[in-house]
Design a protein. Structure first.
Length: 579
């Protein structure tokens, strides 16, 4: 190109930077009078210059179009260059299978086999809703049901709290993968969630019982496991090939699991005074009857009795103040008590095996008795502000509660040492309820008009000594281990709550033994003399009667301060959220 041509090229408005140099964002230099710049000449590229905009000229439409095309071409070049680099990178290779706790070296397959055996022998009797067949090995369970396998290992590691909390994190990751991200959601996920919920007292705080329970119920709803197999997917039978018309079922396993979720949801929400997330449906009782008639395991025969007893407990709630806004009629309350008491007696009489054959059934039955006592004596709205509390039926209810509390707590302290490590979460909630209500009942029994009718039971219960025995058992389970966040094991927190309950009860008993300090100055000396007199036998047991004047409380509002209720909530909630 001649100097004249080059000059004319500049003079007629061509740009001084070629397109290739503009894309590379480098300076365009032409040291020789050619049509190509030095860089394009060296790289063998075609050197092209866009015509520049003339001064004071109206911009042409083709100019902006060319610029947009150039920008898109430059962007495409960058994307192609980036794609070629990623294709050569090892990170672009297909990801392998997800590693489990054995692949990560947290456990060996031999250790997993021992934990599976411990689950069958120790834990499974307290959760008959997920049964691992005797022929199933750790290897087969790991291969066929990896999430259930992980949940079982986590529950069975109660003797190694730091490792158990580490596996709990693995469970959380697995749940988030299948429920939030794109992992598979299957019936096996439901079984794993049930095992994880059953022993959630071992989880790190705050515990997520309610959240996990709702996830499980969503799976039950999506898979329509709350109805018979032949009744599923009838609304979606639109496939002409009949693929959606088939029955989808996991047999006995799914029936046990659905029964288990109802039982945990209903039994725990009842004591915590929450609405149950899983309402009773007739299909549950049908499933129990089917499992009992074709029992694959001995525990299948107990499921029907568990559900029947829980249904009876739900009927007790109807008399509670949380289910009515109107004050209770005394006669209606008494009739409700007697009806439910008769049903409990009839249930026990018709039970085809001793109550002691099933620990979870025994604890559930005496908890139902205690709950009936709670509703009758404390959880109601009286029509009269000054209602009499020494009626025959209320004394009868108080004696029922004292007897049930003694039976349940005596059962606990008489167990072989360390047996309670296998208790499911509902069992611990029931024990916490028994401890709390026992304290309230013994205090109520100190009413001077009621004391003569209950003194034999309060002496037999000997609550202060009973609480000490419970504390000693719990102390034997406490370790010095801490998890990664510095938290202690669950039994460390159980001991603290037991001591708080004992402190509250004994401080209340001490205040009763010194009534003179609690009385107004206007009380006459004769009243003081009658108040301060207790028999030596009563003083030893610490449950002496107090005069009516010195015993000023309303039974439904037995604890005007929320401190005791907060303590009870802390006993069973074990965290800011969840149970």
């Amino acid at each position: 190109m001649s100097d004249h041509t080059r000059a004319s090229r500049y003079s007629n408005g061509s740009l001084r930077t070629c397109q290739n140099c503009a894309r590379a964002k480098i300076r365009c230099i032409r040291s020789v009078p050619t049509e190509s710049c030095d860089r394009c000449e060296r790289l063998g590229k075609t050197c092209h210059f866009h015509p520049g905009r003339r001064a004071n000229a109206v911009p042409r439409l083709s100019d902006s179009k060319d610029r947009r095309i150039d920008a898109l071409e430059a962007k495409l070049d960058r994307l192609l260059a980036q794609a070629s680099i990623e294709d050569k990178s090892p990170a672009a290779s297909t990801p392998g299978p997800i590693e489990d706790v054995i692949d990560k070296g947290l456990l060996t397959i031999e250790a997993a086999s021992l934990l599976l055996q411990d689950y069958r022998r120790t834990l499974m009797p307290y959760c008959p809703f997920v049964v691992v067949p005797p022929h199933a090995t750790a290897a087969t369970l790991r291969r066929n049901k990896p999430f259930l396998f992980l949940a079982i290992l986590t529950a069975a590691l109660y003797d190694n709290m730091p490792l158990q909390r580490t596996l709990e994190l693995e469970v959380k990751h697995a749940i988030s993968n299948c429920m939030i991200f794109d992992g598979p959601v299957s019936f096996e996920t439901l079984q794993g969630l049930l095992v994880h919920l059953a022993w959630c007292q071992y989880h790190s705080r705050p515990r997520r019982f309610s959240q996990y329970l709702h996830l499980a119920i969503s799976i039950i709803t999506d898979l329509q496991l709350d109805r018979a197999p032949e009744d599923r997917f009838w609304r979606t039978r639109v496939d002409f090939n009949g693929e959606l018309d088939r029955e989808i079922s996991w047999g006995r396993e799914e029936r046990r699991a659905v029964i288990g979720f109802f039982w945990f949801s209903s039994s725990i929400s009842q004591i915590l005074q929450k609405r149950s997330s899983f309402s009773f449906i007739p299909y549950l009782e049908t499933s129990c009857e089917f499992l009992a008639s074709t029992a694959e395991y001995n525990s299948d025969r107990h499921l029907l009795h568990l559900i029947q007893l829980q249904r009876l407990s739900e009927r007790i709630i109807a008399a509670s103040s949380q289910h009515t806004s109107e004050p209770h009629d005394a006669d209606a309350l008494e009739q409700c008590y007697r009806d439910r008491r008769s049903e409990l007696d009839l249930y026990l009489a018709q039970l085809p095996f001793p109550l002691t054959d099933s620990h979870i059934l025994l604890m559930q039955y005496h908890t139902a008795e205690l709950y009936l006592c709670q509703v009758t004596l404390f959880d109601y709205k009286p029509r009269s502000q000054h209602r009499q509390h020494d009626s025959p039926f209320q004394i009868e209810a108080l004696r029922l509660g004292l007897t049930a509390a003694r039976t349940l707590l005596e059962f606990y302290v008489s167990l072989p040492l360390r047996q309670e490590v296998a208790f499911n979460n509902a069992g611990w909630v029931q024990l916490g309820f028994a401890v709390t209500l026992a304290c309230k009942l013994v205090v109520a029994a100190a009413d001077p008009l009621i004391h003569p009718h209950t003194v034999d039971l309060t002496r037999a219960l000997n609550l202060s000594n009973m609480l000490s025995r419970c504390t000693i058992r719990i102390q034997a389970l406490i370790t010095s281990q801490m998890d990664a966040r510095g938290d202690r094991d669950v039994f460390y927190h159980h001991e603290k709550r037991l001591k708080r309950a004992q402190w509250w009860f004994e401080s209340r008993s001490l205040s009763r033994s010194q009534p003179l300090e609690c009385l107004p100055a206007a009380v006459d000396p004769s009243s003081r003399a009658s108040i301060s007199h207790t028999s030596p036998e009563e003083e030893v047991n610490g449950y002496g009667a107090v005069s009516r004047e010195g015993f000023d409380f309303q039974w439904p509002g037995l604890f005007p301060s929320p401190a005791f209720d907060d303590m009870f909530a802390d006993w069973i909630a074990q965290g800011s959220t969840g149970f």
